[in-house]
Write a protein that binds this ligand. Structure first.
Ligand code: BGC
Length: 726
């Protein structure tokens, strides 16, 4: 690879080299200027082209007309599927099932590669501890251990065993780094993180992606500790290349190089290009005007050396070589048509959706629904019959008619003779429109008049009155989560809470299905609504998955990847805090509200009961650098086969720095039959006992005593301990 890349580099002009460092958006058709730029070999990559015939056309221009016949790289936001939409990433993380996650991204890669996309701008591995931040939907939640495991699984899914594996694409770990910690949860706003937070919490999922062989990294938009991430040499050079040995390429986020000027960091576009380039950004992603246009002049003026330029271009050429694009630049359009939306991917999507849902409450075993007692079902809510919202954000080229709404899914799955009455009840919408809607066209449904609002609200309550059971599907429209979709509130948008209370007041049993990607205000519901299922945005087959879960054809086993606050005022709230003054008052830090979460990290119910027992730690004492084995028995004492996620938490009692009260350090999702007991093993190793100490400003493993707990959420109470000696 290296020799082939270097042989090309020797023949390339500075303009051609910089061309390989440039990527532009293309939403519709290319204009003459773009085609001529490609023909001159001065554009390396495009994004947002998904039509295989257009991809072939542009690739012909690059390969046949450019002097050195270097193919284009086509990138796209394949976040959770292309045509077949999978549950949103936060949902897949809630499955705590790495195999499912890998399989889902394998299926997504297959569809993308079939149309000629070579490169996904995913996984987003940003830790998010503030649910006001809309992009929480794209990541794995709040925990670095879970986040690291999910990051690696996604990379394996997208890329397969190696870069260039058939039916696979290059992955991008993004957004390097700290993007999820924006002040106030406001998308793009500045981030201030201590070194210890960066090293122990925000960097690990990126490190995990790099160790899994991720081909590219995307630099983030915001300022990190006063230096924009896209111009941050410490991050992009010292950490990423120096410490981690990353050998792929860095792409900027869209327009982030131009932004270096906006930030008041670079003096002008030429300076912005120099600052990003010398910090370690290989490729600039730009809307139309790229700052990197200035690099050939900078090279000619001696501001960058040919070694620097070649070092930036080399990994991009190597990626194209690895992908086999020089030999096979084109795609088979007929094959693409066969693969898109095929049953194989739909089945994977259904399975992933069933495995992602989290059962938050189930009083008196209201779920699973018993067909015989529930002949008349009222289905209520603004998301109950939506084929668009059910697929969530970051969905551009699916076919809406292919997705199954909750109402449709229920009709498919319910026992024969079940009657459904649907009523939307309320409309919900953003106060400020989404820029995605501006680009791709949003919902054009007319807004109800006040008279219509009243009529629909009353109709919904009336529908509930005549039912045996009510299924309410509430939450957030898909454009209320994702990029530029931060929210100052966690309340159910619009009049949904009022509707929920009015429906509950009919006295009918209510099953609340939540569709959203952030923890919404459920204090009232968690006391008054007997069954609550968090379905996230479950994807193309979401309606079927939800119906299967409600009827017990699938058993919920998802677990929360974040703590669920009682109130937005608790944000950020996370189980893994340090123990501070008066820990006995930890739960009553506020005078007006408990300071514990409504539902803890790792929480999720089942239709069966599990017991954890026989905790066994195989060594009372180990030496620094050694590992140990923790075993626990998981028994299913209920009547249905189900999955449980056994979770291991550690706490270091003393050391160079104070350490969190507990931290996740192992998990296994296991299937257990009724009456069966399974022994689950966890391996605790040196990495689990090592952390970055703010005191020594280095990685340390202290000689000290550790507590450990195993159980079904972060409140696990089965306790053991061990000592680490020198
Ligand atoms: C987002 C990235 C995305 C890129 C290309 C940006 O606005 O922050 O996550 O990959 O656009 O669509």
């Amino acid at each position: 690879m290296r020799q082939r890349a270097d042989a090309l580099l020797q023949q390339m002009t500075p303009e051609e080299k910089v061309g390989q460092l440039s990527q532009l958006f293309l939403f519709t058709k290319p204009d003459a200027a773009m085609e001529s730029r490609i023909a001159k070999g001065q554009l390396g990559a495009l994004l947002f082209v998904t039509d295989p015939s257009l991809i072939n056309h542009l690739q012909h221009v690059a390969v046949e007309q450019s002097r050195l016949h270097i193919p284009l790289l086509f990138g796209f936001d394949v976040i959770h599927g292309l045509r077949t939409i999978f549950p949103v990433p936060i949902a897949m993380a809630a499955s705590w099932d790495l195999d499912t996650i890998e399989r889902a991204q394998t299926a997504a890669a297959k569809e993308a590669r079939a149309v000629g996309i070579h490169w996904a701008f995913a996984p987003m591995v940003d830790i998010a501890r503030d649910p006001r931040w809309g992009r929480i939907v794209e990541g794995a939640g709040a925990d670095p251990y879970l986040g690291s495991a999910v990051a690696a699984a996604q990379v394996r899914g997208f890329q397969g065993a190696y870069i260039g594996a058939p039916d696979h694409i290059v992955a991008t770990a993004k957004h390097f780094v700290g993007y999820g910690a924006a002040e106030g949860g406001r998308d793009y706003d500045s981030v201030d993180l201590s070194d210890a937070q960066l090293r122990n919490v925000y960097l690990p999922p990126f490190k995990s992606a790099v160790d899994a062989g991720v081909g590219s990294i995307m630099s983030a938009y915001m300022d990190l500790n006063g230096v924009p991430a896209t111009g941050n040499r410490w991050l992009l050079h010292d950490v990423l290349r120096g410490e981690w040995n990353f050998g792929g390429f860095v792409v900027s986020d869209a327009n982030a190089v131009n932004d270096l000027e906006t930030h008041g960091f670079a003096a002008d576009k030429a300076d912005a290009a120099m600052r990003a380039f010398t910090a370690g950004v290989n490729m600039e992603m730009a809307l139309t005007k790229d700052a990197y246009d200035n690099l050939p002049a900078a090279y000619k003026a001696g501001k960058i050396t040919s070694e620097q330029l070649d070092a930036a271009v080399r990994p991009i050429l190597e990626t194209k070589i690895r992908l086999g694009l020089f030999e096979n630049p084109y795609v088979d359009e007929a094959r693409a048509a066969q693969i898109l939306g095929a049953t194989e991917q739909k089945n994977e999507s259904l399975r992933a959706a069933e495995r992602s849902a989290v059962l938050l409450r189930n009083e008196h075993a209201l779920l699973p629904l018993q067909g015989a007692n529930n002949r008349n079902i009222a289905v209520i809510g603004p998301l109950a019959d939506s084929k668009r919202d059910i697929t969530g954000p970051w969905v551009f080229v699916n076919k809406e008619q292919e997705s199954v709404s909750v109402l449709e899914g229920l009709k498919q799955v319910a026992p024969q003779g079940t009657q459904f009455n649907y009523s939307q009840g309320v409309q919900i919408s953003r106060k400020f429109p989404s820029f995605f809607d501006a680009i791709f066209g949003g919902d054009k449904t007319p807004v109800w008049t006040e008279a219509e609002q009243k009529q629909e609200f009353d109709k919904a309550v009336q529908t509930a009155r005549s039912a045996d059971v009510v299924v309410m599907v509430l939450g957030e429209r898909q454009n209320m989560d994702g990029e530029a979709a931060s929210s100052s509130s966690l309340e159910l948008p619009g009049r949904q809470q009022e509707l929920l209370e009015a429906v509950a007041a009919t006295g009918k049993p209510v099953v609340l299905v939540l569709m959203s990607a952030r923890p919404l205000e459920l204090r009232w519901a968690s006391k008054n609504i007997p069954a609550i299922l968090d379905a996230w945005y479950p994807g193309t087959e979401g309606g079927v998955a939800i119906a299967n879960l409600l009827y017990g054809k699938a058993v919920p086993a998802g677990k929360l990847p974040y703590d669920w606050p009682r109130d937005v005022g608790q944000v950020p709230i996370f189980y893994s805090h340090d123990i501070t003054h008066q820990p006995e008052h930890q739960g009553t830090r506020y005078w007006n509200e408990e300071s514990t979460p409504l539902f803890p990290f790792g929480y999720g119910l089942s239709y069966t009961n599990f017991q954890f027992s026989n905790l066994h730690v195989n060594h009372e004492q180990i030496h620094r650098g050694e590992g140990l084995d923790v075993a626990v028995d998981v028994r299913n004492s209920g009547t249905v086969t189900a999955d449980e996620v056994a979770q291991l938490y550690l706490h270091q009692q003393s050391g160079t720095s104070s350490r969190p009260i507990r931290e996740l350090k192992g998990f296994h999702r296991v299937t257990v039959a009724p009456g069966e007991t399974k022994t689950v093993h966890f391996n605790v190793d040196k990495a689990d006992l090592t952390y970055w100490s703010a005191a020594t400003r280095s990685w340390v493993q202290d000689d000290t005593r550790f507590d450990l707990w195993v159980g079904d959420d972060s409140n696990a109470s089965l306790h053991g301990s061990f000592t680490v000696a020198p």
